[in-house]
Write a protein that binds this ligand. Sequence first.
Ligand code: URA
Length: 211
Amino acid sequence: MAAAELLAYRDEVADCTKCALSHGRTQVVFGAGSPNADLMFVGEAPGFHEDKQGVPFVGAAGQLLTRLLGEIGIAREDVYINNVLMCRPPGNRDPRPDEIQACEPHLWKKIELIQPKLICTLGNFATKLLSGRPAGITQVHGRPQDVVLGGNEVTLYPIFHPAAALYTPRMLAVLQEDFARIPELLGRAVAPPLPPEPEPVAAQPEQLGLF
Ligand code: URA
């Protein structure tokens, strides 16, 4: 049921012109994954590769996200991945308040349809929007909180954006530590890690498709 409604909603918003980002995008990057996911990730905005492929988190940060999930025994296909913004900001600049305001009803609708139990917000923009609070990710990462979103009770779990570890390698351990609590927050036993993904090909920062 959620799957059909999600597909219908995806079609409905494919031509969205609610903000100026619609002028520069290749396509709307709606979201990807299981429509029945208990676990949802909310990142910032599509980058270069996401804009081209129409799928969130397929660049270097996305490869790291897939790896971090694999390390806790969760397959990417079993979660739902999306962003605060569905269209790429030019040059991967930060989302602007008017763009977030225009796009947030789409995010609330997806949450309403998918009804995840746990939402991991990746980085500052998703964390501030979904918590409704100004506290930044450095302050609140790794601290779950129960909230009502899209009409559902959900646990919000702020985590650093995986891109942080691409720029600052010591952040990887922090991310791994925060990811390690996800199975417990989902009420699951910790599963053995999935086989590792192949090593990502090194890319230049401007090719990373981040921010
Ligand atoms: N960074 C994000 O926040 N989202 C993506 O989809 C890709 C990179």
